[in-house]
Design a protein around this ligand. Structure first.
Ligand code: UDP
Ligand code: MG
Length: 316
């Protein structure tokens, strides 16, 4: 049996991956904040292929509470895909996204909805004015990433945003219409446009458990962000090649004229080696960039689904 999906005012999407320590605390906190919405709210927990007790806890909760809907993905597809799954099943007029570790305070969601209504906007996204419990390397790398992506793309991806936002149904429908397999959600949210308002808040430390993102994951995430929104690195190759050929052409003119006018012999074994190695390095680097795009085109061309569902609970 499922809830009547027509009257749902708010859907809350929560991706979960190996979060047995945080899950119950998160659920209880959400229930506390939204008790007044009674059955006009749904909580969509997406189990992103957890290996610990997460799925048992989810089953247990959804068994007692019909407003808790569960989607179990067939394996770990990554947070971006898990969020997409949640968005695909959300029925509410407003949809909110939040992490299970409660780094983003759920009690702010009603305030964000208030802002959304007052400003008649479509998206209200949280911007971290402060971040607790995150290393300075993480903060620095995230700063650099946004700086680079800002310079390279035409879309404006807001700085210091996480996946804490509230949006209207129209935005969800727009997002569902995008069918790329590889999803860089922050970019997609910016890409769809609509009227978006920033909501500054203080991001707290995790309530329990550890972060699920290591530096390799973050690096791949950054690559995904750049390659799915701009061809700039590819263009750089062209411009770079053009500059280097111009310089080497002028240089050859210089040496040839020296030979003709002053009779100087052309020499410089070391220069030659350095130049060859330099060019070799540059070529390999751009070949790598090319490969990065080609690989993505290849994966995209297979048209595989963004996620696969093993099981659903309390959902049609
Ligand atoms: N998460 C997920 N799949 C993953 C990694 C993370 O669904 O492969 C979820 C995780 O359970 C949490 C949210 O994404 O609800 C944010 O993860 P985390 O707190 O580890 O990221 P951080 O806040 O450190 O950036
Ligand atoms: Mg977190």
């Amino acid at each position: 049996m499922t809830q009547n999906t027509i009257n749902i005012e708010l859907s809350i999407i929560i991706p979960v991956f190996n979060e047995q320590e945080a899950l119950n605390i998160c659920y209880l906190e959400l229930k506390k904040v939204f008790y007044h919405l009674e059955n006009r709210i749904e909580f969509i927990f997406i189990d992103d292929g957890s290996k610990d007790k997460t799925s048992e806890i989810m089953k247990e909760i959804s068994y007692h509470d019909m407003s808790v809907k569960c989607i179990f993905l067939s394996r770990n597809f990554g947070k971006e895909s898990a969020m997409s799954a949640g968005l695909d099943f959300a029925n509410g007029y407003f949809v909110a996204q939040i992490d299970v570790d409660l780094q983003d305070p759920p009690e702010l969601i009603p305030k964000m909805i208030e802002v959304l209504k007052q400003t008649q906007s479509d998206v209200v996204y949280g911007v971290r004015s402060e971040r607790e419990g995150e290393s300075s390397i993480k903060k620095l790398s995230s700063y650099l990433f946004y700086k680079i992506i800002d310079k390279m793309t035409h879309i404006d991806i807001p700085r210091n945003t996480g996946d804490f936002r509230v949006m209207t149904r129209e935005v969800i429908l727009a997002l569902r219409s995008l069918n790329e397999t590889q999803r860089f959600m922050k970019g997609l949210f910016a890409w769809v446009g609509f009227k978006q308002i920033a909501f500054p808040y203080k991001r707290k430390a995790r309530i329990a458990g550890k972060t699920k993102f290591n530096y390799i994951k973050l690096w791949n995430f950054a690559l995904e962000g750049i390659t799915s929104f701009t061809n700039m690195p590819l263009k750089t190759a062209t411009y770079f090649g053009f500059c280097i050929s111009t310089v080497s052409f002028l240089l050859s003119l210089f040496y040839i004229s020296k030979y003709f006018f002053y009779g100087e012999k052309i020499q410089g074994f070391l220069t030659l080696i350095v130049a060859i190695l330099f060019m070799g390095g540059i070529q390999l680097m751009f070949l790598g960039i090319l490969g990065e795009y080609l690989g993505r085109t290849y994966i995209e061309s297979k048209r595989r689904p963004v996620y696969l569902i093993r099981k659903k609970l309390n959902l049609d």
